[in-house]
Ligand binder design. Structure first.
Ligand code: SF4
Length: 354
């Protein structure tokens, strides 16, 4: 599970402690209108072989967090503070040459749209073989054989022949499989999957998710899985972190967060999403309002302009004035007491979920 086990600033020797440890991460961007605080004090750990699902609306900071882990932010326009340790190695202060060695080798990413990751000018086999050659020093023939092997592993029929095809000769689902093969070819410790199945139809989506689970078992990678789809998260993740307006608002095992969520934003997400097992006539309730601008975020609890529970919090104006913090382990960043969270969920939220 996501646990806070180590004091910030105390790096782990490689191979011990969490695979990925993010501490008090702040990421801001300069824009013409001012500074956007895209990530504001985020901390989490990911253990080896586990999948952390990060869920939240657009603009919650989930994709920015993961691009920052990969060192893909533009230092000209962004400021990054905090600590990101991958297997004990600090990434925020790493030189670009070090990050280049890590990307594709120790950490790899699967994007939503494979066409942004695959070049139309090179064969699929070459695009899988080249990072393998670069990171392992393998000869061309060996790397090609590895590319064919990987295409077979991700379920591309006739991989020997198809390795010589260009991306446009693959269907959408096959391109996604090819991108997974490319991401896994060097057996990375950490795989970041950003909405990897959103563009696919439901059947292909299910196949790709099964494939990722099988490959994780085989390769033992830790996966950070970003999505806005709680159904996909339920299927894929061991642990869940819910993000809102640049910070984590709830964290726990998948079972804890989906069966007994503690944060009003998580209740809103669950209420607003259709589920296969719910009454088809049940009315979905969207969360009122829209996510805040991170140019000028709300004071106190960032969810307060949309929260219908703030009048239950003891202490007038507390939600508007005091930012609730996320504690360690199973936690939610909300001023309601643990008893209130439990009672509201059981008596008011759960019956609506069906
Ligand atoms: Fe709602 Fe207040 Fe909890 Fe924020 S702290 S989620 S405004 S009840």
């Amino acid at each position: 599970m996501t646990t806070l086990t180590k004091e910030a600033g105390a790096p782990n020797p490689a191979g011990t402690g969490p695979l990925l440890s993010v501490r008090d991460l702040h990421v801001s961007f300069k824009t013409e209108d001012g500074v956007v605080q895209a990530v504001d004090g985020l901390s989490f750990d990911l253990e080896r072989g586990r999948t952390l699902g990060i869920v939240g609306e657009s603009g919650s900071g989930k994709s920015v967090t993961n691009l920052t882990i990969l060192g893909l932010h533009n230092p000209m326009f962004s400021t990054v503070e905090g600590e990101i340790l991958l297997d004990g190695q600090e990434l925020i202060t790493a030189r670009e040459s070090e990050m280049e060695k890590l990307r594709g080798n120790k950490v790899a990413m699967i994007f939503q749209d494979p066409l942004t990751a695959l070049s139309p000018y090179y064969t699929v086999g070459r695009q899988i073989a080249e990072p393998y050659m670069k990171h392992t020093g393998a000869a061309k023939k060996v790397a090609w054989a590895r590319a064919v092997d990987m295409l077979g592993k991700v379920g591309i029929p006739n991989p020997r022949e198809r390795a010589g095809d260009y991306p446009h000769q693959f269907s959408g689902g096959m391109r996604q499989r090819a991108m997974i093969a490319m991401a896994l070819v060097c057996d990375p410790d950490l795989l970041i999957a950003d909405e990897p199945t959103t563009a696919l139809d439901v059947t292909v989506q299910a196949q790709i998710l099964d494939l990722l689970k099988d490959l994780q078992q085989e390769f033992g990678s830790g996966i950070v899985f970003i999505t806005h789809d709680l159904g996909v998260i339920a299927d894929m993740a061991d642990d869940i972190m819910v993000m809102y307006a640049g910070g984590a608002v709830e964290r726990g095992t998948t079972d804890q967060v989906l069966r007994a969520p503690q944060h009003p934003y998580t209740w809103g997400l669950l209420n607003s999403m259709p589920r296969l097992d719910s009454d088809p006539h049940a009315q979905l309730s969207p969360i009122p309002g829209s996510p805040p601008s991170l140019l000028n975020p709300p004071s106190g609890c960032r969810f307060h302009p949309r929260c219908t529970f703030q009048d239950r919090v003891a202490g007038a104006g507390r939600c508007v004035n005091e930012r609730p913090l996320l504690g360690p382990d199973r936690a939610s960043a909300c001023h309601l007491t643990a008893d209130q969270k439990r009672t509201i969920f059981v008596e008011e939220i759960k019956p609506r979920l069906g």
